[in-house]
Design a binder for this molecule. Structure first.
Ligand code: PGA
Length: 263
């Protein structure tokens, strides 16, 4: 999509989930704006829908990107309670989370729906952050690689490389989300490599090396540096620790400190 979207950007994204009223969100956004964006790192916040517009206004000129947590597949219509990508773009969103595990496992979103949402996001000029990840049962039964490969194939199959390059992936092991149990750096590295290999099966180029893959699941200011030291970890999708502007800023600073990589 956007020509200005760089190859494998370093990105720290905050998923506020169903937290913060508009008033609280404004205060958090102000604190983030005051702290500023560290060098060579993109920062994104994904507030709940009612806070998007006021947060957009606060963040204007800050360089911090605005994103949403979900979208519907259709641009408009009789879909009570849903929000379209076109509406998100219109309030200043640049990105949208697609297929978060809380929607896959809590709201019944399957691979096919995630694929349609990914395409809807691209259609509506949004950069989708496509979430993939295995459950604890799947990891313990040795299915992690197969699950990740299946989720990537379902999302990216049939997508032209040019479109695929306008996406970001988040590897979020379900057992690490909101549990305080972060993946080890080896687990994150191995999973990111599986995802890159799966991406190479799609599009004509080496897609796996062109798309940013974030790690998500209990990332905080204390463990972010070790995760970012992994060559294959391009950033983080942060839930709980993104609610506190200081902690989120510290995670972004850790990403900024990541060694420049020769790719
Ligand atoms: P967490 O959530 O950082 O609170 O584990 C991550 C996510 O759900 O994206």
């Amino acid at each position: 999509m956007s020509a200005s979207w760089p190859r494998r950007p370093r990105l720290v994204a905050g998923n506020w989930k169903m937290n913060k009223t508009a008033t609280e969100a404004i205060a958090t956004a102000r604190a983030l704006k005051d702290a500023g964006v560290p060098a060579d790192t993109a920062m994104l916040v994904c507030p709940p829908f009612p806070a998007l517009l006021p947060v957009r206004d606060v963040l204007e000129g800050s360089g911090i990107l605005l994103g949403a947590q979900n979208l519907h597949t259709e641009p408009h219509g009789a879909f009570t309670g849903e929000v379209s990508g076109a509406m998100l773009t219109a309030v200043g969103c640049r990105m949208v989370i697609v297929g978060h595990s809380e929607r896959r496992h809590g709201m019944g979103e399957d691979d096919a729906l995630v694929a349609r949402k990914l395409r809807a996001a691209l259609r509506d000029q949004l950069i989708p952050i496509v979430c993939v990840g295995e459950t604890l049962a799947e990891r313990e039964s040795g299915e992690t690689e197969a699950v990740l490969t299946r989720q990537i194939a379902a999302a990216f199959g049939g997508l032209v490389a040019e479109s695929a390059r306008g996406t970001v992936i988040a590897y979020e092991p379900v057992w690490a989300i909101g549990t305080g149990r972060v993946a080890s750096t080896e687990q994150a590295r191995d999973a990111h490599r599986v995802i890159r290999a799966a991406l190479d099966q799609h599009g004509e180029g080496r897609l796996g090396n062109e798309i940013a893959i974030l790690y998500g699941g209990s990332v905080n200011a204390g463990n972010a540096g070790a995760l970012f030291a992994e060559e294959d970890v391009d950033g983080a999708l942060v839930g709980g620790a993104s609610l506190d502007p200081q902690g989120f800023g510290a995670i972004a600073a850790a990403a900024s400190g990541k060694q420049a990589r020769a790719r």
